[in-house]
Design a protein around this ligand. Structure first.
Ligand code: ZN
Length: 317
């Protein structure tokens, strides 16, 4: 930080705009989080309420005098050059909205936008599991399945900023499970938290003695806890999930020859329950040299991966 009083401290205001929560922080050049807050994302039809919430969060985090740029991660496709949201399925009021310009107008600061899973990959490479790597794939197993790909140190956005939709790689063409994207048999319908619940319900008639029987509030965490206690229904679900995840990762390994695959998101809590089947599929399907080379690691930044990645991207901007 400069001692010159005329110079702003070199902090980035980073915000992770989720469908449910708006999480924000100021981050310094070393990746240290100085101040953070978490609040509910305004559930509105009007994008200006979201702009107002972000502006208020900037002031709560110390105000514009404390920061040199604003960097936002959005759950959807963004046009990075134009700082606009192209499509955000969980925040449809932002579709087509020039979020960058709207914030610059109010805050008089540069604004950077990025997709959430892309930012998480950057965060994990900067301050997480993939420090020192150059070519990585980051997979986020949450409500859906997100992906970020960094090749030779560069985030791979594709021609329209929509690359790395790892969750929508087909891993089961004949099973017929429909995906929200319109396709069928995507990785997301087998490896997301939503999928864990669905697969448990599907398999439950075969496990009448499961502790999960009669539980109307099933979620991935409850199923994971049952699995830890040895519940066979939960264990089958996670084994099945590991098989499909392994198939997807084997495809990615053969195409991209990554140094590391980082797996994050809430479902990764079940790591011990799906790891064996995931590795077995990789071993059976990926080229042996490539499979031996790639490290498969749990993410280390937790919920902060997106915020850290956002800050990193703004520092580099
Ligand atoms: Zn899909």
């Amino acid at each position: 930080m400069s001692t010159n009083q005329n110079t702003k401290p070199d902090l980035i205001f980073a915000a992770d705009l989720g469908g449910t929560h708006l999480r924000a922080a100021t981050v310094d050049q070393q990746g240290k989080i100085r101040f953070r807050l978490k609040q509910n994302t305004p559930q509105v039809k009007d994008a200006t309420a979201i702009v107002d919430a972000i502006v208020a969060a900037v002031h709560e985090c110390g105000g514009v005098d404390e920061i040199s740029a604003v960097s936002l991660v959005v759950p959807g496709t963004v046009n990075v050059e134009e700082s606009t949201v192209v499509k955000a399925p969980n925040l449809p009021c932002l579709d087509g909205f020039p979020l960058g310009d709207a914030l610059t107008e109010q805050l008089h600061l540069p604004v950077v936008l990025e997709n959430d899973a892309n930012a998480a990959a950057v965060g994990e490479m900067w301050r997480g599991a993939a420090i020192g790597c150059k070519t990585i794939i980051c997979v986020t197993l949450g409500t859906g399945v997100g992906g970020g790909i960094i090749l030779d140190g560069k985030l791979w956005r594709g021609v329209d900023g929509a690359a790395a939709e790892i969750g929508h790689m087909c891993v089961d063409p004949f099973g017929g499970v429909a995906c929200t994207c319109g396709s069928r048999g995507c990785l997301e319908v087998f490896a997301s938290a939503t999928a864990i619940v669905r697969m448990t319900r599907e398999a439950s008639p075969r496990y009448p003695d499961s502790v999960l029987q009669g539980n109307d509030d099933l979620n991935a965490e409850v199923i994971f806890e049952a699995g830890q206690q040895g519940d066979e229904l939960a264990l089958e679900t996670f084994r099945r999930m590991g098989v499909y995840l392994g198939i997807g990762l084997a495809n990615l390994i053969n195409i991209l020859n990554p140094e590391m695959i980082v797996i994050g998101g809430g479902v990764v809590n079940g790591w011990d329950l799906f790891e064996k089947d995931m590795h077995q599929q990789i071993e059976e399907r990926a080229f042996p040299l490539l499979a031996a080379r790639v490290k498969i690691e749990r993410a280390k930044c937790g919920d902060d991966a997106g915020l850290l990645g956002a800050a990193r991207l703004a520092f580099k901007h």
